[in-house]
Design a protein around this ligand. Sequence first.
Ligand SMILES: CC(C)(COP(=O)(O)OP(=O)(O)OC[C@H]1O[C@@H](n2cnc3c(N)ncnc32)[C@H](O)[C@@H]1OP(=O)(O)O)[C@@H](O)C(=O)NCCC(=O)NCCS
Length: 191
Amino acid sequence: MTPLVLAYGDVILRDRIPADIADHRRWLTSETAWLEWDAPWEKIDERWVQKYLQRMAETLRRPLPPVRSTLEICHRDGTHIGMVNAYYIDGDKEKPAVGITLRESRYWGRGLGSQAFPLWLDYLFRAGGYPRLYCQTWSGNTRMVRLALKCGFRESQRLVNCREVQGRRYDALTFVLSRCRFAGLPVPDRR
Ligand SMILES: CC(C)(COP(=O)(O)OP(=O)(O)OC[C@H]1O[C@@H](n2cnc3c(N)ncnc32)[C@H](O)[C@@H]1OP(=O)(O)O)[C@@H](O)C(=O)NCCC(=O)NCCS
């Protein structure tokens, strides 16, 4: 299957290549600031990291799926900066969800998430044919909340005080976005 490359503005979304694994290892060992924002209540240890990287290497040896569940994010300057993913909430096929992490923290707050996330949503609505997509985060993650809202997501569930981060309680948030609403948003043509 032909590798997938999607481009918009300063970002490129592309299929994973073997060289990406070294970056993912670094993002789990030294460049780890993103972990304080992406489900910081989940504890990861050395064993988990090894398994994660091993699974990644195994997936690279398999054929690409027709609809991708993950793509790597690169900056136009060539730097590999993170990834987007798709999964089913609690394994429920009626609840496809999307995620994004810019794992290189020096690239945060520069509008790159605002380019990469709608590109990923556009791809999944078209290729996956989903009527709606969900997105999960927590109330302390202002960048992610604002990004979800500006992409058209609306809050669909709020579990008050159910997340604890650095001794403070936050709400667990689920957002939902319908394909119709996304299609109607005033975004530039990304094809
Ligand atoms: C969340 C993330 C994808 C956002 O991407 P980004 O490129 O940093 O964000 P952008 O520059 O596109 O800005 C998105 C919104 O956040 C706002 N924002 C950016 N930096 C901010 C900051 N330090 N404080 C508050 N808001 C901020 C922007 O103003 C924008 O909102 P607006 O358009 O309504 O003004 C990225 O920061 C990231 O990956 N963080 C670490 C991992 C993570 O949190 N992933 C999400 C897990 S659920």
